[in-house]
Design a protein around this ligand. Structure first.
Ligand code: AN0
Ligand code: CP
Length: 320
């Protein structure tokens, strides 16, 4: 594997899940694979889990790791071509990327959506520049529209905790004070569609996700109906994807606290497990009682980020 941003990049998903379980049993099994290989993690945005779990994954594989926080200590980077650089940006990404490629063997990129220009974000302009100009394998650590390491960890978690063969998994929008990207729900939807689950998406009108990610999933605007009988409740906020009204792209259309996942919402489910990728705003997205409750999987999900990243890096190293 040379690039990782989509579920299809893994090929056979069942096999990838088996590999994840194998690595979970012995996470140092492939410690020789990354000897004298260097991972560069480039962060344009903040991170706790991705930073730690991906670095740990690289260490499991015997790699060296360099972390670059672009906005803390590096030169400010211009990302658009054709700009007269007379502002505060000292360097262009088009030089910075090949330079970064000189010092490493693999690059991970975190670059969130700007949420201003839908075409720019959905063209994955920054990630694709790394693919085009770094000369290195590149993987997404949450880009403008996808967060595949998260979705892979979420699927591993569902496989581990499911109590029926084909569980009902519900992705529900929940309120948040600030505009957030669609990357997490996009990838979650893409991966659930590829998995053997009964997948339902619920959100207020106007929050329709991009059809490329929704696929054949059921969309139910009545949150109570959607949650009824759920085995897994995956809560997440996202801003307007601009599908039904482009002018609203990236906006907060609703802060309706009736969508917050509390014990009453969970009572409609089939004693569902609660999931969220974290970081989460308590008592906006989910109440204290639900996230602290016995059915909450937020910590096992985060733990599985190490496993998903180890599988992905292993596959990249095998093809170097
Ligand atoms: C980010 C998001 O919603 O995409 C990162 C989640 C992993 N969340 C925030 O910025 C709070
Ligand atoms: N879930 C996740 O990607 O968290 P971070 O933003 O802390 O990396």
């Amino acid at each position: 594997m040379r690039y990782f941003s989509k579920v299809n990049d893994l090929g056979d998903l069942h096999q990838a899940l088996q590999e994840a379980l194998e690595i979970k049993k012995d996470r140092f099994k492939y410690v020789e694979l990354g000897k004298n290989k260097t991972l560069l993690m480039v962060f344009f945005n903040s991170s706790l889990r991705t930073r730690l779990s991906t670095q740990k994954a690289a260490m499991n594989l015997g790699m060296n790791v360099i972390v670059l926080d672009v906005n803390q200590g590096a030169w400010k980077l211009e990302t658009e071509r054709g700009v007269v650089m007379d502002g505060d940006k000292s360097e262009h990404l088009l030089e910075a990327i090949p330079v970064m490629g000189c010092y490493c063997d693999v690059i991970g990129v975190r670059s969130f959506a700007g949420l201003k220009d839908r075409d720019y974000d959905y063209a994955e302009t920054v990630f694709n520049q790394f693919v085009q100009y770094s000369g290195r394998p590149v993987f997404a650590m949450e880009t403008a529209t996808v967060h595949p390491l998260q979705a892979f960890a979420d699927l591993i978690t569902i496989e581990e905790y499911k109590e029926v063969k084909r569980p009902k998994v519900v992705l529900t929008w929940a309120p948040h004070p600030k505009a957030l990207p669609q990357a997490v729900p996009n990838s979650f939807a893409e991966w659930m569609n590829a998995a053997d689950v009964d997948f339902v998406i619920t959100h207020p009108k106007g929050y329709e996700l991009d059809p490329a990610f929704v696929g054949d999933a059921t969309v139910e605007y009545d949150q109570k109906k959607a949650l009824t009988g759920a085995d897994f409740v995956y809560a997440k906020n996202w801003s307007c994807p601009g599908v039904t009204n482009l002018a609203e792209y990236g906006q907060v259309l609703s802060k309706d606290m009736g969508w917050t996942i509390d014990e009453e919402h969970m009572s409609w489910t089939n004693d569902a497990h609660f999931m969220h990728c974290l970081p989460v705003r308590r008592n906006m997205i989910v109440t204290d009682n639900v996230i602290e409750g016995p059915r909450s999987l937020v910590i096992p999900e985060a733990a599985n980020r190490e496993i998903s990243a180890t599988v992905v890096l292993k596959r990249i190293l095998e093809k170097l």
